[in-house]
Design a protein. Structure first.
Length: 286
């Protein structure tokens, strides 16, 4: 139930911020400068810009957990909105749109973004990664046992619809030569339909394995399945309602887990340098 509420919330929240930003700009054009509208614009623009930038540029692979700078800016905007309403002696109900966005922002940061505590007896450093079945982008079946003999990075990402996932893949693709130098096989795994994965492979054109986790079977086996994880309405683009929680696992050539990142916040993700440190340490020890 909570995941369904989250999927509805995030789409309503993003669209409300964008619409309020546009509405406030129109009011500025019609009425000129007003303090209450300035505060409303600061709040709506700060929120809308974050999502529009992420969705269009795909250059933000991670954020801080609590987004304190943006939260402070939004709080200042809300206070300006209240001050403007007071000095203009306007009805206090004029503060409702800003108040709702401010509360929505807090819900986004401290509720929506978080998965809760993620612990896995399966994905523990030192344990053997279980074999699981996948398909390549051309529907050919693959079992992960075929990857043994080389170090592997398994990156489970939600889908092409996820801006942070795309930015993270872009970041890793930019480091493909460093991965090749270390003899690492990079496996990008998503439950999205195959044609999206085909498009992703064409876009980056690097020597990675672009794989599909059909029906989230691998995610369920590993305990990283995210039921109702897709934002509401994106089913219209061809994505399935259920997805996977962002997860990265690094294994040695025997399939032993060297590193596992089970983030409890979808915006907080490890940097490529973290992978290289793990891999370099393993190379020194072998």
């Amino acid at each position: 139930m909570q995941n369904k509420l989250k999927s509805l919330f995030v789409m309503l929240f993003i669209n409300a911020a964008i619409l309020l930003m546009i509405y406030t700009l129109v009011l500025f054009y019609i009425n000129g400068f007003q303090f209450d509208q300035l505060g409303q614009l600061i709040i709506s623009f700060t929120i809308a810009f974050l999502f529009i930038k992420a969705m269009t540029l795909h250059n933000t692979a991670r954020t801080s957990a609590n987004l304190w700078f943006r939260t402070s800016v939004i709080l200042v905007g809300f206070l300006i909105n209240l001050y403007g309403i007071k000095i203009a002696q306007l009805n206090v109900m004029k503060a409702v749109p800003s108040a709702l966005l401010f509360v929505g922002w807090l819900l986004y940061v401290f509720w929506y973004s978080r998965f809760g505590k993620r612990e896995s007896l399966i994905l523990k450093v030192g344990a053997k990664l279980p074999n699981f079945d996948l398909e390549d982008r051309f529907h050919n079946p693959i079992n992960t046992s075929s990857f043994l003999g080389k170090p592997n990075i398994f990156m489970f990402y939600r889908g092409n619809w996820c801006p942070l996932c795309m930015a993270q893949i872009k970041e890793i693709a930019g480091q493909y030569q460093e991965l090749e130098k270390r003899g690492v096989t990079m496996n990008l795994i998503s439950p999205q339909p195959h044609h999206f994965t085909v498009g992703l492979a064409k876009k980056f054109d690097v020597n990675f394995n672009f794989l599909v986790d059909v029906d989230n079977n691998a995610a369920k086996k590993l305990g990283i399945f995210h039921k109702n994880g897709l934002p509401a309405g994106m089913q219209a683009l061809g994505y399935d309602t259920d997805t996977v929680m962002p997860t990265i696992v690094i294994t040695d050539k025997k399939g032993t887990i060297l590193f596992a990142d089970l983030t409890d916040n979808y915006r907080v993700r490890p940097e490529p340098e973290t992978f290289f440190k793990v891999l370099d340490l393993e190379l020194k020890m072998t």
